[in-house]
Design a protein around this ligand. Sequence first.
Ligand code: SF4
Ligand code: SF4
Length: 443
Amino acid sequence: MKETIIEKVKQAGVVGAGGAGFPTHVKVNAKVDTVLVNGASCEPLLMSDPYLLEQEIDTVIKGLKTVLDATGATEGIICLKGKHAKAMATVAQAVENETDPRIKMFELQDFYPAGDEHVLVNEVMGRTVPEAGLPLNVGAVVSNVESLFNIALAMDDKPVTHRYLTVTGEIRNPMVVKVPVGSLVSEVLDFAGSSLIPSYRVVDGGPMMGRVLDTTDRPVTKTTSGLIVLSEDHNVVVGKIRDPKAIRRITTSVCCQCNQCTDMCPRNLLGHDLHPHKLMRLYGTDMVPMEARKEALLCSECGVCEKFACPMGISPREVNAQIKRELAAEGIRWQATGETPENDQFKATRHIPTKRLMHRLDVVQYDTHPTISQTEFVPSHVKLLLGQHIGAPSQAVVAVGDHVTAGDLVAEIPEKALGARIHASITGVVTEVTKEAVTIKHQ
Ligand code: SF4
Ligand code: SF4
């Protein structure tokens, strides 16, 4: 049965919908005792996961049971926040009605980053993932809600063709909308009534970890969780487009060594050997020991230090990200000690309430709980990126002029590579095939 599940998930092109798009057929090829459903909806403003739990709980539970069967896990725990009252009520009812004793639920507190895999495992299971490790190291697989939804569809031989995403911010009709993968961001924004302000930027993802798009002429991918429209001078936008070299320069000159970044760092609170304040101090000197640089490898880039902790407007997150890239280029990795980290005694008291974070980010006015669009979104065309997942870009198997039906395979995983298949998200004609993308237009 395990082999069949893995093959069907692979055929359907399922990837982690909540992160960087790790191929799910590889993730579920594991042996663990627990599967956690990450319904934390960790980033402020993003609402598609609570919506899916509310509207599609039976399908999500079907996906969960599939992963339980594949991994041999004996517990599948749906984790979500009490503030999502409708989703909570729906999940509670479904769990109560469920005859499969493996299916359970857990109510998370409303803090950031409750959905960080390491934090989630610690909160729900009381286990601590080792430094630079995976939930797998402590007997768990963490799966995003939409990934499980897609796994359930994969069992019926339906590939990933659509993505649920939140459109919010300075937009006329904030909404959760289901869009074909490859739809242009500009068309999705038009569908949501267009921007309320003339000059704006769009954040792809959440305000903490999302990135500012250079143009709205970009396609939605399997990992696009939200589109947040903000003014060009909004705090969130400005922080994300600052010159990385300038950030490093400022860091070395204005850090007051208050320790707040380390005290509030979720990974440090778990007991990981990450002390951003020390690294910031060392970056003001000529010599930074390798041991100190390697600490950056433990950074999840959650942004707590940058957006919440630092009183000087410095970004240890960005400095860590730069060091990680440098170490990757040098081929240097974290050496696991095999020891179980000991949680900081103040961990529970240093949780950051999401509401406070939203005030700090100046996005609380956009926390409007948008509802699902009742009108179907139909794009003029789709541009399916061949590299929208972790691993090797897929290889196109269609040519210009080919007629395709929604669900047809358009790009295959290169032989023996880690990757994910890509399927047509609309029915139409292939109008362009490049190294980067396959474009399909309605006929
Ligand atoms: S981004 Fe900052 S707070 Fe988050 S893990 Fe990295 S150092 Fe810690
Ligand atoms: S919080 Fe900011 S000022 Fe304080 S130690 Fe960290 S980087 Fe320096």
